[in-house]
Design a protein around this ligand. Structure first.
Ligand code: GLU
Length: 473
């Protein structure tokens, strides 16, 4: 079988957005699945709108998603010689011609066509004139005037276009810059691309591109046009639905594997399975299972998938991704047993790395700030006695195993007649400042005797009115 060669050709006119990332992912997964090749091409022929900052942003996003390429990046702006050669080929074979009609004349043709009830179009004035190159001339492609061009789309099925609906479109402007539909075809032919998966906003371009393939005598690639990603209101996904830039999701604390898992499910399915590791996706991804209906971007689902990926990751695998979020909070962490244990307790309760970092503060900072509501509700005179007894019991306990801790708590419960819940919640506030945290025994075992005793002392002092330590919460 022929080796599958796919591509991702972003235009560097902005950051990599969610829809673009999904297109890149589909092409990448298909290439990896079929042991083919994935090519990156930067479509920067629109010199005015293309920027180096956008190119860098696209690389940064792909790197974060771990979407790597086997060839490229190729820049269209460096391939003008090749395009010139192909324009000449089309002129020489009679498939393209120079046109010297002025913008005013073209406007008049369009008006005339519209007055007749036709689509605005170029009327072919220069088609048979055999004009040579002049400074104002553009080059137009000779579109067959009869017949039908069928896009055989692996996702949408066959889509037929009447050739007489298309006009002789410009392939090279008078300033000698080639146009989009033409350069894409030349690139895809010369890069041996045989599978093109892209957004269905390009469907209208495909018949023009197919005609160019025919004129250049090249076999057609397989086309698949993916429905757009929508927002929850079913409008095309845009800024008003939330962050569009892929790296914004990195900065919010999503894992790249979770993000690609979520993206792939926006338009592709494998039974009703929701959770996929990267390797599993590579193993099972096939374009046959790309769906025809538009995916709806739902941040809550993304969060849920992210939580699943955080839960499935080994604690050690989360240290590096967590570092920048900790740094943001002024804490440097290093891989090791302590951090692993901390992460292990937070994994089941974290939706994002940012949330995990936030929830981990009490493990690293000694100056616990009590949430105001938590302190008001739980750090009251009635708990002075149990807190003191607990501190005493823990101080004299040689061992901080879960069993030993249970025994200490049990003896406090026995001497005060209080249930565990009544003691655990004030202790939780004393140790973490909050009412929600990992299990109390786990926390005590991790932060260790000295810090636990310090924090219990501080809570006692706080209740006695000797210490001020509340934050708003
Ligand atoms: N540069 C085009 C875009 O960013 C992609 C065109 C294509 O996939 O053929 O939409």
């Amino acid at each position: 079988m022929q080796k599958i060669i796919t591509r991702f050709p972003p235009s560097p006119t902005g950051y990599l957005h969610v829809g673009g990332a999904r297109t890149a992912l589909f092409n990448w997964l298909y290439a990896r699945h079929s042991q083919g090749e994935f090519i990156l091409r930067i479509e920067d022929t629109d010199i005015k709108r293309s920027t180096q900052a956008s190119v860098d942003a696209i690389f940064e996003a792909l790197e974060w998603l771990k979407i790597d390429w086997d060839a490229g990046p190729f820049f269209q702006s460096q391939r003008f010689d090749i395009y010139r050669e192909y324009i000449q080929k089309l002129i020489d074979s009679g498939n393209a011609y120079h046109c010297t009609c002025t913008p005013e004349e073209i406007e008049a043709m369009r008006q005339k066509a519209m007055a007749r009830g036709d689509k605005p179009r170029y009327d072919g004035t220069c088609r048979e004139k055999g004009l040579g190159k002049t400074p104002d001339a553009v080059v137009r492609f000779k579109v067959p005037q009869r017949g039908t061009t069928v896009v055989e789309d692996v996702i949408k099925g066959n889509i037929a276009f009447q050739n007489d609906e298309l006009d002789d479109f410009v392939i090279c402007r008078s300033d000698e810059t080639p146009t989009y539909n033409f350069v894409v075809v030349v690139d895809d032919i010369t890069m041996n691309i045989n599978t093109i998966i892209r957004g269905d906003d390009h469907v209208m371009n495909t018949p023009k591109q197919i005609l160019l393939y025919h004129a250049l005598g090249s076999p057609l690639p397989t086309f698949g046009h993916v429905p757009m990603v929508l927002g929850k209101d079913k409008a095309r996904l845009s800024k008003r639905h939330g962050a569009m830039s892929v790296t914004a999701y990195r900065d919010m604390g999503y894992l790249p594997d979770a993000f690609i898992n979520y993206l792939v499910r926006l338009g592709w399915s494998h039974g009703d399975q929701e959770f996929f590791t990267r390797d599993e996706l590579i193993r099972v991804f096939d374009i046959k299972n790309i769906g025809r209906s538009a995916g709806v971007f739902d941040i809550e689902k993304l969060q849920a998938i992210n939580a699943d990926h955080i839960q499935a990751a080994g604690p050690g695998d989360l240290v590096e991704p967590l570092k920048p979020f900790m740094k943001e909070l002024g804490i440097e962490i290093e891989a090791g047993d302590y951090v692993d244990r901390v992460i292990k307790t937070l994994k089941p309760r974290s939706k994002t790395l940012a949330g995990m970092a936030d929830a981990s503060l009490f493990y690293f900072k000694n100056d616990i700030v009590y949430e105001e509501k938590a302190a008001r509700k739980f750090l009251k005179p009635a708990v002075l006695e149990p807190l003191r007894l607990l501190a005493e019991g823990l101080a004299s306990s040689a061992d901080f195993s879960e069993k030993a801790l249970e025994d200490v708590f049990k003896s406090v419960m026995d001497s005060t007649g209080l249930k565990l819940g009544k003691i655990a919640q004030p202790v939780r506030v004393a140790l973490t400042g909050k009412t929600a945290s990992p299990g109390i025994f786990e926390i005590i075992a991790i932060i260790g005797k000295d810090r636990v005793l310090q924090r219990l002392d501080k809570a006692v002092a706080f209740i006695e009115g000797k210490a001020e330590s509340t934050g708003r919460g």
